[in-house]
Design a protein around this ligand. Sequence first.
Ligand code: FEO
Length: 174
Amino acid sequence: MLNKRMVKALNMQINNELYSAYLYLSMSAHSTFIGMKGFANWFMVQYQEEMTHAMKIYDYINDQGGQVKLMAVAEPPAEFGSPLDMFEKTLKHERFITKCINDLVDLAVKEKDHATNIFLQWFVTEQIEEEANDNDIISKLKLVGKEGNGLFMIDKELAARVFTPPAPSKESQA
Ligand code: FEO
């Protein structure tokens, strides 16, 4: 059973994850527009991942007898500049999401909500991976600069990313 403060905070995080999905979908569209199909693929996979994050929280609230409340999703930017600009904006956004997850964990601890604390640990680990991936790609992009061949190689590498749905959480399997 979730208390009201926790439900409100989790509903806010559904909105944050949906905005993340929307932001990366917009970055995918921008990548296609500038002719970088590999980048477009990477951001499309990221969009799909963010939708699963939103749905994971949606399922958790339902499983715990809380009421899901969907809110308006803000309009993301449509212009992002170079691939490096896009990934720097991605990292900045993911750091914001990490802070949101940490705040949720703090609230779960404060409210002595052990189930939600355990549920959120998946997101804590996921954020480490998300920030590491972004940092890795930013390093490569800085290394090649505006050099066409290098960008072409990175675009090719990002074209290989495939969406893998996360394993269902225990509470959804029961
Ligand atoms: Fe769902 Fe990229 O954090």
